[in-house]
Design a protein around this ligand. Structure first.
Ligand SMILES: *[C@@H]1O[C@H](CO)[C@@H](O)[C@H](O)[C@H]1NC(C)=O
Ligand SMILES: *[C@@H]1O[C@H](CO)[C@@H](O)[C@H](O)[C@H]1NC(C)=O
Ligand SMILES: *[C@@H]1O[C@H](CO)[C@@H](O)[C@H](O)[C@H]1NC(C)=O
Ligand SMILES: *[C@@H]1O[C@H](CO)[C@@H](O)[C@H](O)[C@H]1NC(C)=O
Length: 479
């Protein structure tokens, strides 16, 4: 693929800058967003940051401290929660390593990067991890905070551990019975006292969608903020939605653990748009509309009235995410894989839904699709090839109740082939499948199911330093 010439790239950069100046007018919104990186074809971080600014988004949560996205956030004014992945927790049990991490990933940026939190691990006590990170998480947390303190930034940068809501339980499903999970109760008590002493918050991920997904008996309307279904708790307290009930279950657990005033941050909340019968645009929009309105009204929960600190999950659909928890895992984005808003929203929560600004300058592969070749002979080889395509490509939209469930058998096969072909950057060798497939320039989308064209991955593209781009543009003006 030929790269654009330098001078046009400079002009493009100037245009982007112009967009940036216009964007400065977007009203700042209070809600943050999770920016994950498990995409086969990531978008250019500087363009993503451009989009965040245009939409007035002022805080992001990352899952690592990768220089690529972090570099784009330097001087952006956007507040950042950096992450330390679970597989680095053990390493951080050495104080020397923790000090190095803080030096390289926090203090080296000085005041140019607005780091507010360091997330030590991600949901490390999840039951699915079988206790793998039970021993290493708290020592890592202590080491990172100590390193931050010693480096002189501990006053403004706090280490914490984002946890799944499964670290606390309520035997009778009432918030007033909340307590930490028995197998980790002592550990949790020590950890929340440490957070409290350091002035760090408790970060929790709450998923009303999963409540619904995990139990057919779950009252559907209770999943939504505007559902109207309520449950009663002790003392005449009434809960109108599972998000509030879940949050207050944690508040009760914190009270029992001796830290009734520990600050709570919701690290992840959102609704997926595909991959399950309840994962679609309509329900996601309903969920976010209710949530954003609630946040804007600063009503809080019955036990913690007032302003809430919340990060939406997440920014983009991520086609490399594990689908072990469910096919919906790859569809949490409020933006599509190619940086387009999925549905109108008002991030200020005032109900004036409009399309969010898209990621600028996204470039696509050619308009061609890989489809099932009707004339092919060896049809007996179909099942193996479909399985192969779906193992590497993404077939999560084909299931029951999903966006591509209405396809006929031929289109169904084509969908699987095309997803693999696009993932492989449209390599002709990725559209063979034992002679069962062919490339076409006719849009293969059918029956409300979009057969995507993949974007040109920004990974491996040399980042253009803004100063260089501006210089190149100036040069062109002079020439
Ligand atoms: C800084 O963060 C990056 C990205 O998460 C990681 O790969 C690197 O090892 C960290 N640096 C140190 C010194 O630990
Ligand atoms: C946890 O244990 C189950 C059952 O023993 C196993 O299937 C799974 O792979 C384990 N997961 C991890 C992350 O070790
Ligand atoms: C379409 O493909 C999916 C995934 O391979 C499969 O579960 C489903 O049964 C197929 N449907 C039809 C109509 O062939
Ligand atoms: C293909 O058609 C679908 C459905 O009409 C449309 O949404 C999509 O944008 C088209 N794709 C391209 C690359 O034109």
């Amino acid at each position: 693929m030929a790269r654009p010439l330098r001078l046009p790239a400079g002009v493009a950069a100037l245009l982007l800058l112009a967009v940036a100046f216009r964007a400065a007018a977007a009203p700042a919104v209070d809600v943050g967003v999770n920016w994950g990186s498990q995409l086969s074809h990531p978008l250019l971080p500087s363009s993503v940051v451009q989009m965040l600014k245009e939409n007035g988004i002022t805080k992001v949560k990352l899952f690592d401290a990768d220089l690529w996205p972090v570099g784009a956030l330097v001087d952006s004014g956007i507040e950042v929660m950096l992450g330390i992945p679970n597989d680095m927790l053990e390493t951080m049990n050495s104080y020397g390593n923790a000090k190095d991490w803080v030096k390289e990933n926090v203090t080296s940026y000085g005041d140019k990067l607005k780091i507010k939190y360091v997330a030590v691990g991600n949901e490390p006590f999840l039951k699915a991890y079988n206790g793998s990170f039970m021993k290493t998480t708290f020592p890592a947390l202590k080491n990172i905070q100590k390193a931050l303190n010693e480096a002189g930034v501990g006053g403004k940068v706090k280490a914490t551990v984002p946890l799944n809501a499964d670290v606390y339980v309520s035997p009778d499903n009432k918030p007033s019975s909340g307590a930490f999970r028995p197998d980790i109760e002592d550990l949790m008590k020590d950890m929340v006292k440490f957070l409290h002493d350091q002035g760090a918050p408790f970060v929790v991920n709450i998923y009303p969608f999963l409540s619904l997904y995990q139990s057919d008996d779950f009252p559907f309307e209770f999943a939504f903020i505007d559902g109207g279904k309520t449950i009663q708790d002790k003392g005449g307290i009434s809960y109108s939605n599972v998000f509030d009930a879940n949050y207050d279950t944690l508040v009760t657990a914190l009270k029992k653990a001796g830290v009734p005033n520990l600050k709570v941050v919701v690290g992840e909340v959102g609704w997926p748009t595909d991959g399950d019968k309840n994962a679609n645009i309509k329900l996601a929009r309903r969920y976010y509309d209710g949530l954003l309105k609630k946040l804007a009204e600063k009503e809080g929960t019955p036990l913690r009235p007032g302003k809430m600190d919340v990060y939406m999950f997440g920014l983009f659909d991520e086609d490399m995410k594990s689908i072990l928890p469910g096919n919906f895992e790859r569809h949490w984005g409020i933006f599509t894989y190619d940086g387009k808003p999925k549905f109108p929203m008002d991030l200020t929560g005032h109900g004036n839904d409009k399309p969010l600004a898209a990621v600028p300058g996204v470039e696509y592969l050619p308009k061609q699709w890989c489809v099932f070749d009707d004339a092919a002979k060896e049809k007996s080889k179909l099942p193996g090839n479909i399985e192969y395509a779906c193992a590497s490509g993404d077939c999560t939209a084909l299931g029951y109740g999903c966006s591509c469930n209405g396809l006929d058998e031929k289109s169904n096969i084509s969908y699987a082939f095309n997803m693999y072909f696009q993932m492989q950057d449209q390599d002709v060798r990725a559209c063979d499948f034992d002679g069962l497939a062919k490339i076409t320039d006719k849009n293969a989308s059918a029956r409300g199911c979009v057969f995507p064209i993949q974007v040109i991955s920004a990974a491996g593209r040399a980042p253009v330093a803004p100063a260089v781009a501006v210089f190149a543009a100036l040069l062109m003006v002079l020439v």
